[in-house]
Design a protein around this ligand. Structure first.
Ligand SMILES: Nc1ncnc2c1ncn2[C@@H]1O[C@H](COP(=O)(O)OP(=O)(O)OP(=O)(O)O)[C@@H](O)[C@H]1O
Ligand SMILES: [Mg+2]
Length: 198
């Protein structure tokens, strides 16, 4: 069983969106459970509005539901403090920290990375503005130069994500070509994670 936790030091940075789409990716490979560890129950709500290709469990029922799972993805609320992040990292195989490419997020991310040291984590750039804007690439470069382990895959900004959340489905099931391209971003991320785990 592989356990991946999605967290971060900020609210509203696509943690739940990332948890849902990574669970979608893993569900094509093995039995997958998404554990919603956020009292707001964003992921549980997503599942209840429509159909997701994996089980979503409230954290209070997690123990029972995850038995026999190949992949467990844990969605969490924002963790402002790095001690919390360190403890979370110990409890999983990989900690994913989504972060938006803005100047204000760079400094806190660099500090988080310093505090986390050699913990098992990667930053993920999300809600990246489309070409010709270069904020994503610039931030990727800045994080790498600051010694932050970061995924090469970046998740583009598109209205398909809130639409998919509203419909209770993964973005790949929306009927529009831009949504399929955005899904490819999460597929590339999933491929990178599988490579890490090999
Ligand atoms: N790549 C994206 N492009 C556009 N909108 C996005 C993208 N990813 C997420 N969003 C939207 O941003 C909002 C916040 O996303 P989400 O709920 O996943 O964040 P979160 O970090 O889990 O928030 P919270 O801290 O409240 O749990 C949602 O409306 C979501 O649909
Ligand atoms: Mg959330």
């Amino acid at each position: 069983m592989k356990i991946l936790t999605v967290t971060g030091y900020k609210g509203g940075v696509a943690k739940s969106t990332t948890a849902v789409h990574l669970a979608t990716y893993f569900s094509d490979i093995g039995k997958t459970v998404l554990v919603d560890g956020d009292p707001n129950r964003t992921s549980v709500g997503w599942a209840n509005r429509g159909t997701l290709p994996f089980t979503v469990a409230d954290e209070r029922q997690a123990m029972k539901v995850i038995s026999g799972a190949d992949y467990v993805v844990i969605d969490t609320p924002a963790r402002p403090n790095s001690d919390d992040l360190k403890e979370l990292a110990k409890g999983c195989d990989l900690l994913v920290l989504p972060t938006a490419p803005d100047v204000l997020s760079l400094q806190p991310m660099l500090e988080t990375a310093k505090d986390l040291g050699s913990a098992n984590y990667r930053a993920l750039l999300v809600i990246v503005p489309p070409y010709p804007n270069r904020e994503g690439e610039v931030m990727l470069h800045d994080l790498l130069s600051g010694g932050v382990p970061v995924f090469k895959a970046m998740i583009r900004r598109t209205t398909g994500f809130p639409k998919a959340a509203l419909a209770g489905i993964p973005i790949r099931d929306l009927n529009d070509s831009r949504a399929k391209i955005a899904w490819a971003d999460y597929q590339a991320l999933g491929d990178e994670i599988m490579e890490l785990w090999q």
